[in-house]
Design a protein around this ligand. Sequence first.
Ligand SMILES: [Fe+2]
Length: 181
Amino acid sequence: MNTATQNLENDHVHILRLTDIMLAMVEQKCSETDHFELVVNLIRNFADGLHHAKEEELLFPLLGEKGFSPEHGPVAVMLMEHVQGRNFVKGVIDGIVELKNGKSEAIHLVYENLTGYANLLQNHISKENNILFRMADQMFSADEQQTLIDQFAVVESEADPEYNTKNSIAKIDFLASVYIQ
Ligand SMILES: [Fe+2]
């Protein structure tokens, strides 16, 4: 069966690849501002804009109807981690701005926040894949899974075409070709 949780897990494959690229950039002491900016745009438009929108606007509310509060328990933890992720992205952006202003030591701010984001998301995705989505699969009917898939398609159709799933994957492929052998 084609499921909404499978759709989200497919996104996770690409987001995890992006986090591997981020760690490789730090490891290789990357200083390409353009590439840092591309990572930020991929997170903001694809990982957060598209993927987290599917979770926060559609999956989590349906889990809420099944008794999972957004204020405590597993959904609350996932929401909190999305916020932590946004704070790391803010740190990367602050670092990029300082780099562009000639403060070369800001590279450490960029590395620290790239690493923080990658570690957070790897752990977060593992919890979603192994725990939260499996609970959702137990609770959702085939109709509910299909409704979510249809709603995800609407979110996708409203995405900035430059960062829809297909084009985001192509951009991740490009970064992988540079940083991951
Ligand atoms: Fe997710």
